[in-house]
Design a protein around this ligand. Structure first.
Ligand code: FAD
Length: 380
């Protein structure tokens, strides 16, 4: 997993991240999970280290890295705490990515530098009670009224929304056009007519906070429409290249944490007069975990390299996301199994990993959506 093909600067970046995660994130991950609060000061810390700007050009305050650097960052962060990684990913890859690729010069200058320093936190508000895998069912409306748009509707399951300063909201400007009639809006938290519900209780990703956002005649100045009117979401999905790669990296990071946890436990736990790891079944399970995770990581790196080379990456990104997220879930389940009752206890990392991993298969296009896209590409 210490891939020798990585360039020296990427290795250096990974080592710095690893050291940070070992010191600042891993020791706190279970406590943050139980507390169900995101340590928002981390945005500033990670921003000061320059890592929020990993995949952003220098002119907007980024460090000029690409998808490969971003994948390495997501894998390392998720190894320490997938919930922490999730908040950073929504802020950078989704909200930040949409601003970078679709924003006007003024929008970028106004928002991106502060976001990349971690001074302003953003969320990405697409999902609704009725809109999940099927994006054509978004019912939040944005009606033009003079120099403003007026938003009405509700977004659900929005990560970072309990504390976000900036919301990138998907709303229908021409509802009868379905997906083609969707546009994006930059909505500031202080906007009149916007309210955020209490944080929702979840199975996993405890430290990551999510809530419902309700818009009631919420006026958004037309200068804050992001990208084209109609076709805004389609334009965003075309340029948000980091989403599936980041999700794949999350699967790998969670899986690596699971492998480390399982290996450590089975080395020290003695049954039948010897450490568990002396049993062939246990060693073979660890070997299978390492092998599948390596395959998942190589798929992830391949997709990231295609993005960075400007080559078509769609199929590779879907394959990486599908395989790595399902491999991550499988590895976390195996880890819990090998850790036995000790792993089942609330204080163990194994149970946290087991609860955290499943959502990676759901976000950024569920496994079924990825399979559908891969199958369609085979027909081309
Ligand atoms: C922890 C967490 C954080 C989230 N953060 C955000 C966020 O920040 N912003 C945001 O906008 N959303 C967020 N979401 C919501 C996320 O976008 C949705 O979960 C996702 O879009 C899938 O929608 P759904 O969960 O409603 O599933 P549904 O669309 O209801 O699907 C349910 C199941 O049916 C399957 N299915 C659906 N259609 C088909 C089909 N045609 N063929 C075969 N199978 C199908 C799916 O694969 C899935 O297994 C978050 C969700 C979670 C759990």
């Amino acid at each position: 997993m210490n891939d020798p093909t990585l360039a020296p600067d990427v290795v250096q970046f990974r080592e710095a991240l690893r050291a940070f995660v070992e010191k600042e994130i891993k020791p706190n991950a279970t406590r943050w999970d139980h507390g169900e609060r995101y340590p928002t000061e981390l945005f500033k810390t990670v921003g000061d280290l320059g890592w929020l700007g990993t995949a952003f050009p220098e002119e907007v305050g980024g460090s000029g890295g690409g998808a490969l650097h971003y994948a390495v960052m997501c894998a390392e962060l998720a190894r320490g705490s997938a919930a922490i990684a999730l908040g950073i990913y929504v802020h950078t890859a989704l909200a930040g990515g949409a601003l970078l690729h679709l924003g006007t010069t003024e929008q970028k200058a106004r928002l991106l530098p502060a976001m990349l320093r971690g001074e302003k936190i953003a969320c990405w508000a697409y999902a609704e009670a009725g809109a999940g895998a099927d994006v054509s069912t978004v019912s939040t409306r944005a009606r033009r009224d003079g120099e403003d748009y007026v938003l009405n509707g509700a977004k659900l399951y929005i990560t970072n929304s309990p504390f976000a300063d900036i919301m990138i909201v998907v709303a229908a400007t021409v509802p009868e056009l379905g997906m083609k009639g969707l546009s994006l809006f930059i909505v500031e938290r202080a906007s009149k007519g916007l309210s955020v519900g209490a944080p929702l209780k979840k199975l996993g990703m405890g430290a990551s906070e999510m809530a419902e956002i309700v818009f009631t005649d919420c006026r958004v100045p037309s200068r804050d429409r992001l990208g084209p009117e109609q076709g805004g979401l389609i334009a965003a999905l075309k340029v948000l290249s980091l989403g599936r790669i980041a999700s794949a990296a999350f699967g790998v990071g969670l899986g690596r944490a699971a492998l480390e946890e399982a290996a450590a436990h089975t080395r020290q736990r003695v049954q039948f007069g010897k450490p568990l790891v002396a049993q062939q079944f246990i060693r073979f399970t660890l070997a299978d975990m390492a092998t599948r995770l390596e395959a998942a990581w190589q798929l992830t790196l391949h997709a990231a390299r295609l993005v960075d080379s400007g080559l078509p990456f769609d199929q590779a990104a879907s394959m990486a996301k599908l395989f790595a997220s399902e491999t991550g879930t499988w590895a976390c389940e195996r880890c819990l199994h090998l850790c036995g009752a000790q792993g089942y206890m609330r204080e163990s990392a194994a149970q946290r990993l087991y609860r955290d991993c499943k959502v990676i298969e759901l976000g950024e296009g569920t496994s079924e959506i990825q399979r559908e896209m891969i199958a369609r590409n085979l027909e081309k």
